[in-house]
Design a protein around this ligand. Sequence first.
Ligand code: GLC
Length: 523
Amino acid sequence: MADDVRWWQRAVIYEVCTPVFQDDSGDGLGDLPGILRRLEYLQWLGVEAIWLTPFHPSPMTDLGYDIVDHTAVAPHAGTLDDFTRLVDEAHRRKLRVILDLVPNHTSDQHPWFAESCRSKDSEKRRWYVWADPAPGGGPPNNWQSDLGGSAWVWHEASGQYYYHAFARDQPDLNWREPAVREAMFDVMRFWLDRGVDGFRVDVLWHLAKDVRLRDNPPNPDFNPSSDSPCQEILQVYSADQPDVHDIVADLRHVIDEYEDRLLIGEVYLPVSDLVRYYGTQRSEVHLPFNFQLVQAKWDAPHVRRVIDEYEASVAANEWPNWVLGNHDQPRVASRIGKAQARVAAMMLLTLRGTPTLYYGDEIGMQNTDIPREKMRDERARSCDGKGIGRDPFRAPMDWEQVAAQREDPASMLSLHRQLIALRRRSPALVTGEYRSVDTRGPVLAYVRSLGEQAFLIALNLNDLPRRLELPPDIGPGVVEISTRDPRDRRATGSTIELGADEGLVIRLERPPAARVSTMTPAR
Ligand code: GLC
């Protein structure tokens, strides 16, 4: 593979949800020694990078995204020495380690917030977003929290409101305060010095808020029967502000003080806004997470449009990426069903761009029923309106299923392993160009090619068998991987018979005519 291809362009990233991945201490929460013990599995699976969700001291009201000390390891998760051992062992196994960076807010138990609350004159008052009541009384503006209801909490003792974009016990930091920036840059350096290979930055597009705190406008498309209450207002002034890009460029600057590290941003925005987080004036994140497949209606014409529009929006010196699931979203196998989840896995691992795989999706884990009294996510009690929250997507990793599926060549796990292995040894599947094949109906097809190597990927997004007629420039090939039958090696010609819910990766004898593939190194 070409030397100018960076590790994060080749790697499959695997999200480890730290509190539920492997609990070795037996206290009910996952820990770093547990993850260390499971590195053998991750290496066997073939992923090359792991992203660990937060493991810092925290009251754990938001899965650890409510941090009280960004440069420590929570007692339940282990020690800093455990962390060092984990990074060393991961690196020995050629696995990169990416940490979650949560710079937008802290827990309200954080000493910074305690100091900030002391009085209006506190030296850390400006570290958080404080504001006086509106002229007629009440919250400073109409901003809503992500969990529903006003995003402002009255603090009687110091006589102002503080702002929280998420839960009320997660006050937002004020990134306009230079000391906050410096403190968070030091957090990054603390972990970078300990060998981490990069960060996934939590809610990146929230970091800057309108200085004038203007009211957000109502959402004209709001539908009370299907939308959650927090969608009633558009986040025009509370997120994605023009100057957030200066902050992101500064974060990137810190990353670039070190060699070959990666910056990923969690950004839920339409593609045209999302791609601006690659940076227009200065470099920003290497990968703004692309959640299009998580949100897409699962039918072939729609998914094709999503992919093609995204492909067209990512510039030549930017690198695409794809996500199918994460700890905030219903499991893919529950969204689209078990059979289609296999097809989706084939898509994730053959599209152009870095794939991120959510733990457990490789064994087809589904949303789990959690009794109400065991639910930990505050959303179960608030804005999502349906009262389920995110616990069903965060069940403990099912290691028994892993053991059973490791032995079964037809399992979801074996399919993932096969796809990842093929990707690793096939430059066309990593840096090769993407070309969508014009098909009608429920089959989605595309070609990935580089030089003489070419694959046709044909995905039946439907539960009825289908015949696919190929354009004349796509010649014969041989099936490399089928989602239905691990032994399938049939030869293919100008028409392809796809079984119900079948996806095929077909190695073409030669690339389709006259496509010159060029690749600009990603910046
Ligand atoms: C991100 C996390 C989510 C968390 C939120 C607030 O969206 O992925 O789990 O609740 O940030 O930190």
